[in-house]
Design a protein around this ligand. Structure first.
Ligand SMILES: Cc1ncc(COP(=O)(O)O)c(C=O)c1O
Length: 380
């Protein structure tokens, strides 16, 4: 085996040629800042950003491009949502509120709220899980905020987000619902209107877009009065008195209100090509089923994921997961090992870490044969 077999698309996807070419052409031939200039070149960049925003809105079933805020990734979006909804200016402070999270959450979805609990009196409750570790809509505790991981990065099963949100709203019609779709977006069509969520985040790099770019969908951007970041491009005007230093600020409408500073322009301009690509080339999950069937024949392997999951996650007897990952790496096979920034689900399973194989559109059955042979040889 003398070439790389990249089986870590769930961490970050390889980039389609179309994305690389679009970004290179832009950087070489038509680069300028966005939302800043009045020359034809700068206005052409503004058009490209607007087209990308519309493309994202259509991709996730949003009603309008104004609901799409560009962030630097899912982590950025999840942290920012907390600051947007914890807004004392419009009585939306999370003090004494109940936040429902779950053991499927990635650190980036749950940690911001866990840390908030230490600083203000908010309460964390857990969304129940069924026997297969899926989020269960029966007996949901009443909550003011509900963080939903649409697909765990360890277990890889799509969650029934629409049903969960409707169940949470029956308990509290005003619950703020936040969906982490970082893994879901790779495998399934997102429909934010069907989900009826208030917020949703994902990262471009997991679907073949560039790093440093994410999407934060906001259902009602006008409901959230205060921006969480300040800087260029989000101020409509500053009025007041220089003598006594007493100013008031008028913010731009969304999405500009939530996009302070220079955007990741190149990444945004390459993003429509990534969306086109993933819509036509979802990862082939027959490869995962094959891995599940073959690896489960090896008595030293304990598979954690379901056969129809989007990932194959497992532990091996008598070998630390980091050693196992390093050993595969020696043979050019790239997988993810460790706790995968998902400590809670590992605690639930009673293990410290695991080995995860994830496939992208580029992977082939021939690669799976090679990997199964290699793993069986290592574990002999
Ligand atoms: C389910 C889930 N949520 C959030 C994240 C964080 O994404 P990013 O590191 O792109 O911000 C990841 C990344 O692995 C993830 O799998």
């Amino acid at each position: 085996m003398n070439k790389i077999i990249y089986l870590d698309s769930a961490a970050s996807a390889l980039k389609p040629e179309s994305v690389i070419k679009t970004e290179m052409d832009f950087l070489r031939d038509s680069y300028a800042n966005a939302g800043r200039g009045v020359c034809a070149r700068a206005l052409a960049v503004d058009d490209k950003i607007a087209n990308a925003r519309k493309k994202v809105a259509d991709f996730i079933g949003a009603k309008s491009p104004e609901q799409i805020v560009f962030t630097s990734g899912t982590t950025d979006g999840m942290n920012r949502i907390l600051r947007i909804i914890n807004d004392p200016v419009c009585d939306d402070s999370l003090k004494n509120k109940t936040i429902m999270v779950s053991d499927l959450d990635h650190h980036s979805a749950r940690l911001p709220f866990e840390v908030l609990r230490n600083s203000i009196a908010c309460k964390i409750v857990l969304c129940p899980l069924d026997s297969q570790y899926n989020l269960a809509d029966a007996d949901l505790p009443k909550s003011d905020v509900f963080v939903i991981t649409a697909m765990s990065n360890v277990l890889g099963m799509p969650q029934d987000v629409a049903t969960l949100i409707s169940a949470a709203r029956k308990k509290n019609p005003d619950v703020i619902t936040i969906v982490d779709a970082a893994q879901f977006v790779v495998h399934k069509k997102i429909d934010v209107q069907k989900w009826n969520c208030d917020f949703m985040c994902f990262s471009a790099h997991k679907i073949g877009g560039d790093t440093g770019l994410g999407v934060m969908y906001i259902k009602n951007p006008d409901r959230w009065i205060s921006p969480d970041k300040f800087g260029g491009g989000m101020v409509a005007g500053i009025t007041g008195n220089a003598v006594n230093n007493n100013y008031s600020f008028q913010w731009e409408n969304a999405p500009s209100k939530f996009e302070a500073g220079t955007l990741p322009i190149t990444q945004i301009i390459g993003f429509p090509a990534a969306i086109d690509y993933i819509e036509k080339n979802r990862p082939n999950l027959e490869l995962i089923k094959y891995l599940h069937d073959e690896l489960s024949k090896n008595k030293k392997i304990k598979i954690i994921t379901e056969r129809d999951a989007t990932l194959c996650t497992f532990v091996v007897e008598g070998m630390h997961v980091l050693d196992f990952g390093a050993m595969l790496g020696v043979y050019g096979v790239c997988v993810r090992v460790g706790n995968m920034c998902a400590t809670w689900v590992h605690k639930l399973l009673g293990i410290q870490g695991s080995i995860r194989i994830s496939v992208g559109p580029w992977n082939t059955m021939d690669e799976m044969h090679q990997v199964v042979d290699l793993i069986n040889n290592i574990l002999k």
